[in-house]
Ligand binder design. Structure first.
Ligand code: HXC
Length: 259
């Protein structure tokens, strides 16, 4: 598939970098971009050579939200029937390998929601996060009202969603929305370092980690703990567990085979 709204490249033979590429619209998200993003993520997820994916934007914008021009005149019937813009977000959520968001500049509305759908966010010190939909007479539509309070707590989530104010990178890190903040010129090095580190571990274990941590948001504590325990025990059926633990015991470097 030829992409128009994204570009893709592979780094270090293992990390897939997907760059949102609608610079004139500050990477505003439309159906085509979301379809391309879903297609690329699924293809990399299915590619056994790839261990981790990164979604990024430009220096000025990760994504400034859903494309307001594309939705300004939509009727309810059109938005509902066409499942406007959110129609393939479940596809993105179904990706099983780790996905890192590398955010610089604006991550607003659907852009903030897309970043939050990634497994963690590494931000440049210029990043700005927000859910400004209230200013447009609507509400967040791709998980913002659910993921933001889980990430930063009710008080900050309500503040941001009700006032539409932006949170800078320092506040976002303090609040737990992002895991690391680095200067813009170090952003991709930092992200690539994290991605390559993930790729060096057992792919089965990194996928199981993602699946299990995500359970923390989708089940009660007892169910989540039981899910974790079952998967923890299951990993003893893998060659990578034998390799990882034998390497530790014998003071050598582990060579994982993803088996
Ligand atoms: C369409 C957009 C856009 C958007 C920016 N542009 N955001 N076009 N949809 N969401 C366009 C502008 O119209 C402009 O085009 C160009 O990008 C540059 O933007 P400027 O406004 O000139 O830049 P600046 O002054 O630096 O301001 C940046 C900004 C502002 C603060 C990010 O653009 C802004 O407030 N954008 C809207 C943010 C927003 O409301 N997002 C939430 C959308 S609703 P021209 O042609 O004039 O140069 C949403 C719902 C999600 O996301 C639902 C589920 C996914």
């Amino acid at each position: 598939m030829d992409y128009e709204c994204i570009t893709t490249r592979i780094e270090g033979d293992k990390v897939a970098i997907i760059t949102l590429n609608r610079p004139k619209q500050l990477n505003a998200l439309n159906n085509q971009l979301m379809d391309e993003l879903g297609h690329a993520l699924q293809a990399f997820d299915a590619d056994s050579a790839i261990g981790c994916m990164v979604i990024t934007g430009s220096e000025k914008a990760f994504a400034a939200g859903a494309d307001i021009t594309a939705m300004a005149t939509l009727t309810f019937a059109e938005a509902y029937r066409g499942d406007f813009i959110t129609r393939n977000w479940e596809t993105i959520r179904s990706v099983r390998k780790p996905v890192i968001a590398a955010v610089s500049g604006f991550a607003l509305g659907g852009g903030c929601e897309l970043a939050m759908m990634c497994d963690f966010i590494i931000a440049s010190d210029t990043a700005k996060f927000g859910q400004p939909e209230i200013k447009l007479g609507v509400i967040p539509g791709a998980g913002g009202t659910q993921r933001l309070p889980r990430a930063v707590g009710k008080a900050k989530a309500m503040d941001m969603a009700l006032t539409g104010r932006m949170m800078d990178a320092v506040e976002a890190e303090r609040a737990g929305l992002v895991s690391r903040v680095v200067p813009y010129d170090k952003l991709m090095d930092e992200v690539l370092g994290a991605a390559l580190m993930i790729c060096g571990f057992s792919q089965i274990a990194t996928m199981a980690t993602k699946e299990t941590v995500n359970r923390a948001f989708e089940s009660g504590l007892s169910d989540g703990l039981m899910f974790e325990r079952r998967l923890f025990h299951a990993l003893f059926a893998t060659a990578d567990q034998k390799e990882g633990m034998d390497a530790f015991v014998n003071k050598r470097r582990a060579e994982f085979r993803n088996a």
